[in-house]
Design a protein. Structure first.
Length: 485
């Protein structure tokens, strides 16, 4: 029997605000000692009252708009009740039936490598977004031997939960969706979405059904995946596991919650999945309901920056970047901006591509640093490209100069002057050298005169070698042609 794979995602992303969701505690103190960034509110002490972080709300609404969601005029917060030691209030403030946003979608490029190994966009997948809502994070438990330690620094951090429709059909689609979503969050500036810091985490739901059937079968929800790689690997594992169940006529009858064991690359059953009724949701009495006016919606929409998909196609159209190069610019936003500034100033997109997205990127990759932390400025690269365009230096000399600027931060023109790297275009000077080369290489000259076209290239090579690569090849070409006629 042919089976179809059904995948949906729930993504939790920490909102990039200075303070937490309901109190004034810092939200960006990643390195603080345990339980040092807490107050009565985020510790859930009796009588402490929450106040909504307005910035968190605005960023979440902007993200929802970037995901093509609609913003209902009214929404509210609810208590999701459950006991766990990392949840000091005994409930999480979340949104149940009236979230801040609904009904969005995201288009995702699906890629495959071409013959030369470069990724090419081969199709597009549209994934429906059920909702994006707000809630607060819990604390963090660490288990050491017989002890469990709890750190409440993260308790009360603002989260967006983004829920998709079960629209994905392969682990690769789920991964591509998650990667694109990360870029959108980073572009909007609503989350750093740094997975190492736990700022973006996935729960993936997966079930199978016979191809052609419409109804959905009970799903397994894989909790707390914290990298793109584990998301893809866990889904692949679950497909194999569930296919086996179908083959053995043991189709899952209840929804389950499973965990991903990274070391063993397998999932493990944790419990039967909770339903909404288990949480006894009720409206949060300590927070008023929210209303968003159409004016507010338009104001937030107008503030949105250029989204990754638009940016990508503009880069490809305006600067003739390949799919791969555009992706580099979108993924490394500061390098993308750097490239655009260079291309605009030099009006030479081709050379800007070579020097920024090739040579400079290569150096940055070696040192795993961001361009904003390097010693090379936009001005440096512009100077260098102008020097090539004006015939002052050759492109190969320029690469060496850029390398030195990268290491020392030294101005390219000073390097060119100090090292005497300027290209020799002076006809008089080059004529003398050409005469010399012709005298010394009678055989090659004779070959050329006898009809061997290749011999001409050899003569140019000799002149270039004699000038240590600094002769202007165009000028040398002209002189030699004249002399050999
Ligand atoms: Zn607090």
């Amino acid at each position: 029997m042919e089976l179809e794979v059904i995948i949906g995602l729930e993504v939790h992303a920490q909102i990039a605000t200075k303070s937490k969701m309901w109190c004034g505690c810092s939200n960006d103190d990643f390195d603080a000692d345990p339980n040092m960034v807490v107050c009565a509110v985020c510790l859930g002490l009796p009588g402490a009252l929450p106040v909504l972080n307005k910035k968190a709300l605005d960023l979440a609404l902007q993200t929802a708009l970037a995901l093509n969601c609609t913003l209902p005029a009214e929404s509210k917060f609810d208590r999701k009740n459950y006991f766990y030691p990392d949840l000091p209030m005994g409930y999480q403030i979340s949104q149940f039936d009236e979230p801040v946003s609904l009904d969005g979608h995201l288009k995702v490029d699906m890629k495959e490598p071409d013959e030369s190994g470069n990724d090419r966009v081969v199709s597009q997948k549209t994934v429906g977004i059920t909702r994006l809502h707000l809630e607060n994070d819990a604390g963090k438990l660490t288990h050491e031997g017989d002890w469990s330690l709890v750190d409440y620094n993260r308790s009360g951090s603002p989260l967006m939960e983004i829920v998709t429709e079960p629209d994905m059909r392969t682990p690769e689609e789920a991964r591509s969706f998650a990667e694109e979503l990360q870029k959108i969050l980073q572009t909007v500036g609503s989350s750093e979405a740094n997975m190492y810091k736990g700022q973006m985490r996935f729960d993936a739901s997966i079930s199978l059904r016979p191809m052609g059937e419409v109804k959905l079968y009970p799903r397994a929800e894989i909790k707390n995946l914290n990298s793109f790689r584990s998301l893809e690997a866990a889904l692949k594992y679950e497909i194999r596991r569930q296919k086996k169940l179908w083959a053995e006529n043991a189709v899952p009858e209840t929804e389950t919650t499973v965990g991903w064991i990274e070391d063993e690359q397998r999932t493990q059953m944790m419990r039967e999945k909770e339903s909404a009724a288990d949480y006894r949701y009720f409206p949060e009495p300590d927070l008023p309901s929210l209303s968003v006016t159409p004016e507010k919606t338009e104001e937030l929409r107008a503030m949105l920056p250029e989204m990754p998909a638009v940016y990508r196609s503009r880069l490809k159209e305006q600067y003739a970047l390949s799919d791969d190069e555009a992706e580099i610019a979108v993924t490394q936003m500061s390098l993308g901006r750097f490239f655009e500034e260079v291309a605009k100033a030099t009006k030479n997109p081709k050379r800007s591509r070579t020097f920024v997205l090739n040579v400079l990127l290569g150096k940055l990759k070696e040192d795993t640093i961001d361009v904003s932390d390097s010693k090379v400025s936009v001005g440096h690269v512009v100077e260098l490209i102008r020097a090539i365009d004006e015939g002052k230096i050759s492109a190969s000399v320029a690469k060496d100069v850029l390398e030195e600027t990268y290491l020392t931060g030294k101005d390219p023109l000073s390097i060119i002057n100090e090292k005497g790297l300027e290209q020799v275009s002076d006809t008089g000077e080059l004529e003398v050298i050409c005469d010399q080369i012709l005298l010394e290489n009678e055989k090659i000259v004779a070959d050329f005169k006898g009809g061997k076209e290749k011999a001409f290239g050899a003569l140019i090579g000799k002149v270039m070698a004699a000038t240590k690569g600094q002769a202007n090849p165009g000028v040398v070409n002209g002189i030699l042609k004249g002399k050999l006629q």
